[in-house]
Design a protein around this ligand. Sequence first.
Ligand code: PHE
Length: 453
Amino acid sequence: MPLDKLSVNRDGFSSKFGIIAAAAGSAIGLGNIWRFPYIAGQGGGAAFIIVYAIFIIFIGMSCMLVEFVIGRRSQRDVIGAFQTLSPGKPWFLSGWLATVTITLIFAFYSVVFGWTLDYLIKSVLNSFSGMSPNEITSVFGNTTSQIFRPLIYTFIGIALTVLVVMGGVQKGIEKCAKILMPILFLFLIILVIRSVTLPGSSKGLLFLFKPDFSKLTGNTILTALGQAFFTLSLGVGTMVTYGSYIKKKEKLASTVVYTCILNSCVSILAGIAIFPAVFSFGISPEQGPGLAFVTLPNIFQQMFGGYFFGIIFFLLMTTAALTSTISMLEPLVAVTTEGLKVPRKKATIIIGIIIALISIPCSLSFGIMSGVKFMGMNFFEFLNYITANFGMTFVSLIFTVFVGWFLGSKTVKAELSNEGELKVGYYPVFMFLVRFVVPVAIVVVFLSGIGVI
Ligand code: PHE
């Protein structure tokens, strides 16, 4: 079928602002506010951030553009895209792998979304009031190790996501992102101002901006690469699917640049909102996943105006999480509606139920299933580790090799230049990165991370 026929009647984003809000909404998530600060804290702060920034600029941006090209060219979901662009070849298997990876990410991410909702309610009810630091710390363990409470909140998070995605691309996803993203920035700025005005906050800023390279190991570098893919929502079909909803007249490259800049600003601002506060209250920055849920409620408890800032912080996490889970559900819905011809509403609900089922062992791995270990990690940690470090990176490797070596230079250039209408001076650099730099870097970091090099 001719490509432009396929795009008729396809739902899609209505405006440039809508595209950027949705793409940045996907990228900006718990990855920036919950995952980035604790990973950077464990990885030594600034040294880690430098490596991560290099990965974002040279690898992440190219990979996002690669996904937009695949999506917009094919006007299909992530599996159908390869069947359309390269019929009869096995490339579509990478779409399957992306689909499995996003399913697993969605499941464990929903659990953190659930904790976030639980903590939001706790903050509103002022539940931490009068508690000692030890008591606040034990709240996290007590909440996450229960059977039903975290599951109920997890299911609420999934249900909210289903409700938005059911509304469609323009009337559900785009509309929601346009409302939530500006609010998210407002919340973040309020928190940053509070954090940097605390006494002793400069230590936290030094930790974020003064590098200590002795902390960098193969594994830290692999984690930085994994985080770059995770935070930009790459290697799981999200950006292929969103790319397929971008109108043919829009500029793909500038969309990538805006999205990556907004996303990086949020990570850095989240770091500035969190670390000065952490240092100001004399807490260790290497907390791990509990950083947002243990350290911060402690700090809010001791801080002037803490009740108010606590609520704002968990509202920020909730908005960030929702626009991201939406972008995890949509690629799965697209695969089901376009590939299997299931109606949108039905597809959305069925997938929601499947994700809810997989989220159960993820949530229980902090309680009754905590003894079940995979490579020394509980089920949740194991999924978090393999999806970001292996699933996303491997799929991105295949996507880039496909666009760099197999899709054809003419096709790629036509897509980037909107069929010759735009000047694409960056094209040779982009192709060089996609053909050589990105695949080699992924393979090297991969091998050194697992200890082969
Ligand atoms: N980028 C999101 C975050 O940082 C996570 C995400 C991963 C979203 C994959 C969609 C797809 O939280």
